[in-house]
Unconditional design. Structure first.
Length: 158
């Protein structure tokens, strides 16, 4: 699977799914994590599961809630028809093995969202067969270490 460009779409905004699919992105990330308020999680899961059941023209991944989250089991059920999962706040091979024990889907970890994750980057080689690649998160790590922001006022990353 070639993943040069990934377009995130909030899972509770089903009216955006078709337009996003026509955007030219290599894959869509249907988001059940940060872009969905807790009160909208169930509706988002239903919308994502319905969209995954439709014919598709590009890979569809689902960003589930992190390991240990109360939402993860329901997220995995909704994402059963996906081409892969995005795992936020992954902390190396142990996170991939933990999620991999619960699903056969390929995994795209967000590898840089916690301080502990930074020290586990080398361990992903152990679980490379389960991975779609690695990606990074620019917002959670600065927040975790007390940085004020990772973006300039115009939206560019610092």
């Amino acid at each position: 699977m070639r993943l040069r460009s990934l377009l995130f779409v909030p899972g509770d905004r089903s009216e955006r799914f078709a337009k996003a699919a026509a955007s030219g992105a290599d894959a869509l990330i249907l988001d059940l994590e940060d872009s969905v308020a807790p009160s909208r999680k169930a509706a988002a899961r239903a919308a994502v599961a319905a969209f995954l059941a439709e014919p598709r023209t590009l890979p569809l991944l689902v960003r589930v809630n992190p390991l240990g989250s109360d939402y993860l089991d329901d997220d995995l059920a909704a994402a059963a028809g996906a081409d892969g999962l995005m795992l936020p706040k992954a902390e190396g091979a142990a996170s991939i093995e933990a999620l991999g024990s619960r699903t056969d889907l390929a995994i795209l970890p967000v590898a840089t969202e916690t301080p502990a994750a930074m020290f586990q980057l080398g361990t992903y080689a152990i679980v490379a067969r389960r991975l779609l690649g690695l990606t990074w998160g620019a917002e959670d790590l600065p927040a975790a270490i007390g940085a004020s922001t990772s973006r300039e006022a115009d939206g560019r990353y610092t």
